[in-house]
Design a binder for this molecule. Structure first.
Ligand code: HEC
Length: 139
């Protein structure tokens, strides 16, 4: 009887522990995402649009989840230092230039978490550690 009670209490503690870890992760995601929305409006929206729809043949949309996923580690470089040359997004070719953005690594992480989880994308949190690692490998 006593053992059973201890058993249920341990299970309860375990469940609470798992739940609190999850909400810690969710909170971190929410913080990155909501700050990222502000960075996006100030630095990206003019070109990429409020819904990441891009601008005709000039500016690619941010809705190509496959491209974003395949280039996840390079996204920080694109945002921080700009991007030029031909790319294929959603089956269309774009060949314009994105200027460099004067953003801190934290702002890059926030805006990538926002764009990476909006417009139909699901990249989860792109945190500052991932961005700093990515920026260290820019070509
Ligand atoms: C002055 C316009 C402009 C601004 C501002 C701008 N971009 Fe871009 N962006 C472009 C263009 C043009 C390209 C395509 C470059 C090419 O053809 O190589 C691009 C490409 C991209 C790509 C890769 C292609 C794609 O569509 O997925 C990402 C990701 C991206 N931009 C994210 C951002 C983010 C995040 C911001 C804000 C921090 C931003 N851009 C600000 C013009 C802009």
């Amino acid at each position: 009887m006593k053992l059973k009670a201890i058993g249920s209490i341990s299970v309860l503690i375990l469940i609470l522990f798992v739940l609190s870890c999850q909400s810690e992760e969710n909170l971190e995601f929410e913080r990155y995402y909501s700050n990222g929305a502000v960075v996006y409006q100030a630095h990206c929206q003019n070109c990429h649009g409020a819904n990441g729809e891009g601008l005709s043949a000039l500016i690619p949309p941010l809705t190509d989840s496959v491209f974003l996923k395949n280039n996840k580690n390079a996204l920080a470089c694109y945002v921080k230092f700009g991007l030029k040359g031909q790319i294929s997004i959603k089956g269309k070719t774009f060949d314009d230039a994105m200027p460099a953005n004067d953003l801190s690594p934290m702002e890059v992480a926030q805006v990538l978490t926002f764009a990476g989880n909006s417009f139909g994308n699901k990249l989860n949190t792109i945190d500052i550690q991932q961005v700093e690692a990515g920026l260290g490998k820019c070509k």
